[in-house]
Design a protein around this ligand. Structure first.
Ligand SMILES: Cc1cc2nc3c(=O)[nH]c(=O)nc-3n(C[C@H](O)[C@H](O)[C@H](O)COP(=O)(O)OP(=O)(O)OC[C@H]3O[C@@H](n4cnc5c(N)ncnc54)[C@H](O)[C@@H]3O)c2cc1C
Length: 458
C-alpha cells in the first residue's frame, strides 16, 4: 500500500523518487560516512522549488516526516529514518555570483567547490570550511567554521536570505524584513524549520593570503603541539591555524610525499602579506619542518589546505570546544594516542583548531549561532576498517574525550556525528527561542533536522 502511495509522489514530481527495491536505491540513500546506513521510507530528488513544495505537501498528507539532505556529510545525528521522506536537494544547482556586490546566491544542493573557484578568480572568498565537498546549505544552517573564521566569524552570520518551503507547503523568503524570527532560527538552528531551496550570502575581499602547511616527523608531535599552543596568544585574528597529527593512507588522493606516512602538521591561513605571515610563524619554522608548503596564494587554495577526503570514508569522530589546551593535557593526550602510545594510526586525524577572534564576538543581527565558545576546537577521527579497528577507535576516542573533558567549553553541532540532545548546543534563552520559532512554523514537527529542535508542545 505504501509503495502505491509513494508512486503518487513519483508521478507528481519532476525529479525522481526512489524506493526500497528500486534500481539505484543504495546510491540514493548513501551517505559520506560509510559506517552509517540510512533507511528512509523513500528518497525524493526535487528538480526545483515547486517539487520541494509538492514533496512536503505529500509527506504531510501521508503521515511521513521530512528530512532535508544535500550531501549527507552529517547524516549520523538523524538516527533512524523510519516513516521519513528523505528529501535530497542535490538537484538544486543554480549559482549566481555578483563579484561587485560581494554577494552569492546558490541553490540548496550546491557544494562549496562550485563557488570557491569562481570567487577566487575575483579575489574573493566565502567562509567555507576544510572540505569544498561539503554542502553550502547544511554547513551554513549549522554554523560554518572555516579558515577565515577568526577574522570574519561563522558562515551562518554571512547569510543574508534563505528561501524555504515551510510545513504548510508555502515557499517563503526569510531575511531581516521577511519572517525575521525564522531567519534568525535558520542561521544556526539547522534543518528543523523547512526545506531550504536557495541561500544568499556575502563574501569577502582577499587582498593578500599567505597559507600552507609545515610537516614534521610524527615522532615530534608533542614538541610541535606545545610550540603551536604556546603561540596562540600572539596570533592576530587575521591568522587561523590548525595543529594536527595525521596518518595518511597510501592512496592516490593523498599528495605523493605523504602517502602511507604520519606527520605532525601545522596548517595556517593568514590574511596578510607573506612577510607578516613568515614573522608570525617564525617559532614554528625554527623547529625545522621536513616540508614547508607556505606561499602567497589565491583563496581557492584554502579548499585543499586541510587535505580532507573527498570520497566517502567509514569513520568515527568526536570533538570538544576547549577553554584552553594546557601543556599537561597535550602530554597526557600524546601518551594515550601519540607516538609511543603503541596505538599507531588508530586516531587517524587528531586536530586542534585555533578559535576565538570573531568567533567569540556576536555581530549585531546575528542568527541563533552568534558565537562559538572556547579558544581551541579539538577533534579526533578514527577510520574504521573492521570490527577490531572499530573497538580500538571507540576506545581511543573515549580516551581523547576523557583528557579533554576538564577543559570543555561546549560542543559545535556541525561536528556532532551522533544523535544528541541539541539543547546542549545552545544557551537556555537561545534554545527556548528556537523552540518557539519551531512551534510557530512547524508545530507538528514535520521536519527532521540533523539535530532535533522540538516544538514547545511536542
Ligand atoms: C570532511 C568534512 C569536513 C568538514 N569540515 C567542516 C569545517 O571545516 N567546518 C564546519 O563548520 N563544518 C565542517 N564539516 C561539518 C559540516 O559542516 C556538516 O557535516 C554539515 O552539516 C554538512 O552539510 P551538508 O549539507 O554537506 O550535509 P547533509 O548531511 O546533507 O546536511 C546536514 C544537515 O543540514 C540540514 N540541511 C541540509 N540541506 C538542507 C536544506 N536544503 N534545507 C534544510 N536543511 C538542510 C539538514 O538538517 C541535514 O541533516 C565537515 C564535515 C565533513 C564530513
Amino acid at each position: 500500500m505504501f509503495k502505491t502511495t509513494h508512486s503518487l509522489l513519483a508521478e507528481a514530481l519532476t525529479g525522481p523518487v526512489v524506493l526500497a527495491g528500486d534500481p539505484g536505491w543504495d546510491d540514493a540513500r548513501a551517505g559520506f560516512n560509510l559506517m552509517l546506513d540510512q533507511h528512509p521510507a523513500a528518497v525524493a530528488f526535487p528538480a526545483h522549488a515547486d517539487d520541494v513544495a509538492t514533496a512536503v505537501a505529500y509527506a504531510r498528507a501521508a503521515g511521513l516526516r521530512v528530512a532535508p539532505q544535500a550531501t549527507a556529510h552529517n547524516q549520523g545525528p538523524l538516527g533512524g529514518l523510519d516513516e521519513t521522506l528523505l528529501l535530497n536537494v542535490s538537484g538544486l544547482q543554480q549559482v549566481q555570483v555578483d563579484p561587485g556586490a560581494r554577494r552569492v546566491r546558490v541553490g540548496a544542493g550546491v557544494k562549496w567547490d562550485r563557488v570557491a573557484p569562481r570567487l577566487s578568480a575575483h579575489g574573493l572568498a566565502g567562509l567555507h570550511g576544510s572540505s569544498p565537498d561539503v554542502g553550502i546549505a547544511g554547513y551554513s544552517l549549522g554554523g560554518g567554521m572555516g579558515w577565515l573564521a577568526r577574522k570574519h566569524g561563522l558562515q551562518c552570520n554571512a547569510v543574508t536570505a534563505l528561501e524555504l518551503v515551510t510545513a504548510d507547503g508555502e515557499l517563503v523568503r526569510a531575511d531581516t524584513d521577511n519572517h525575521p524570527d525564522l531567519f534568525w532560527a535558520l542561521r544556526g538552528g539547522g534543518g528543523n524549520f523547512g526545506v531550504v531551496t536557495a541561500i544568499e550570502f556575502t563574501v569577502h575581499e582577499v587582498e593578500d593570503l599567505y597559507a600552507g602547511a609545515l610537516f614534521f616527523p610524527f615522532e615530534r608531535s608533542a614538541e610541535v603541539l606545545h610550540t603551536w599552543s604556546a603561540l596562540l596568544g600572539t596570533f592576530p585574528d587575521e591568522l587561523m591555524s590548525w595543529a594536527s597529527v595525521m596518518h595518511f593512507p597510501p592512496i592516490p588522493d593523498v599528495p605523493a610525499f605523504a602517502r602511507g606516512r604520519s606527520y605532525a602538521v601545522v596548517m595556517a591561513a593568514h590574511l596578510g602579506t607573506e612577510a607578516e605571515g613568515r614573522e608570525l610563524l617564525r617559532p614554528l619554522r625554527a623547529l625545522r619542518p621536513e616540508r614547508d608548503t607556505f606561499a602567497a596564494v589565491p583563496p581557492v587554495v584554502l579548499g585543499d589546505l586541510a587535505m580532507d577526503p573527498l570520497d566517502p570514508v567509514p569513520f568515527r569522530l568526536t570533538h570538544q570546544l576547549l577553554d584552553e589546551l594546557p601543556a599537561d593535557a597535550i602530554d597526557e593526550l600524546m601518551a594515550k594516542v601519540g607516538p609511543g602510545s603503541g596505538r599507531g594510526p588508530t586516531v587517524t586525524i587528531l586536530q586542534f583548531r585555533h578559535m576565538g577572534g570573531a568567533l567569540s564576538r556576536a555581530l549585531p543581527g546575528a542568527g541563533a549561532r552568534a558565537t562559538l565558545p572556547g579558544e581551541v576546537c579539538g577533534m579526533a577521527l578514527g577510520v574504521v576498517v573492521d570490527e577490531a579497528s572499530d573497538a580500538a577507535v571507540r576506545h581511543a576516542l573515549a580516551d581523547f574525550d576523557a583528557v579533554m573533558r576538564p577543559h570543555r567549553a561546549g560542543l559545535y553541532p556541525n561536528f556532532v556525528e551522533e544523535p544528541a540532545d541539541a539543547s546542549a548546543f545552545f544557551a537556555p534563552a537561545v534554545w527556548e527561542r528556537l523552540r518557539a520559532v519551531k512551534t510557530d512554523y512547524d508545530p507538528a514537527d514535520l521536519f527532521a533536522g540533523n539535530h532535533h529542535v522540538p516544538p514547545a508542545r511536542a
